[in-house]
Design a protein around this ligand. Structure first.
Ligand SMILES: *[C@@H]1O[C@H](CO)[C@@H](O)[C@H](O)[C@H]1NC(C)=O
Ligand SMILES: *[C@@H]1O[C@H](CO)[C@@H](O)[C@H](O)[C@H]1NC(C)=O
Length: 209
């Protein structure tokens, strides 16, 4: 009898492991439409503005940018209710969008599974290999840098010290041909400057419960 209970427990454990292995980002997170500044009720708050004015919730936005041959799905700040939403394609020029903006929302039992881990340009690659979590994938960016064509994966990060305490969500490049940009965070400022961070937090989702 004890033998059978043990066998059953082992089987349950194995099935549980297998289920964990099959987990994917879409089980806990989804990008929903951000229209006219309206926030879906499952929007994930990732911080608050500290000044000008303080206390406004900050969310993660996603914009599909097409500019000639350049294209990308770029994460950025959504300051609660504020439109337009700003992104930077070439790390210098800010582009504003008031349409076709998505906002990161939770799904299912997501609340304890989404968190930030401290990273830097040198440690971000280890986040990709963790057996505890995976970085939140935003999409990719295709373009040309110093005459080299690239198509980088883009992940979601935030700077620890944003401009006016407000603008810290941005894109982390992975597989960028420029070693200065690869694994680094770029965030568009609230007012028109791009901030580059060597140390930043990476948004991750848990592989374990
Ligand atoms: C960039 O790579 C992704 C897959 O990694 C692919 O789906 C996408 O079409 C590529 N973009 C371009 C413009 O080639
Ligand atoms: C985007 O930029 C515009 C124009 O500079 C500004 O009015 C707006 O507040 C910015 N949006 C965010 C979320 O920073």
């Amino acid at each position: 009898m004890v033998f059978y209970i043990c066998k059953t427990l082992i089987l349950v454990a194995i099935l549980h492991q297998a289920a964990a292995g099959r987990r994917k980002q879409e089980d806990f997170l989804e990008w929903r439409d951000y229209i006219d500044g309206k926030l879906p009720d499952t929007s994930i708050v990732v911080g608050r503005t500290s000044t000008f004015p303080g206390g406004i919730p900050i969310y993660v936005g996603l914009v599909h940018v097409e500019d000639g041959p350049n294209e990308g799905y770029l994460p950025t700040n959504i300051i609660g209710g504020v439109i337009p939403v700003n992104v930077s394609l070439d790390d210098e020029t800010i582009i504003s969008f008031d349409k076709n903006v998505k906002i990161l929302c939770g799904k299912g039992h997501y609340t304890t599974r989404i968190f930030w881990v401290q990273t830097s340009q040198s440690t971000f690659p280890s986040v990709l290999e963790s057996d505890q979590y995976r970085p939140v994938f935003a999409g990719w960016q295709f373009g040309e840098d110093n005459k080299v064509t690239f198509n980088s994966s883009i992940y979601v990060g935030k700077g620890t010290e944003g401009q006016f305490g407000a603008n810290f969500v941005g894109k982390i490049y992975q597989n960028h041909p420029d070693p200065l940009k690869n694994n680094r965070l770029y965030s568009p400022g609230w007012y028109s400057t791009v901030t580059k961070f060597d140390t930043f937090d990476s948004l991750v989702w848990s592989l374990v419960i």
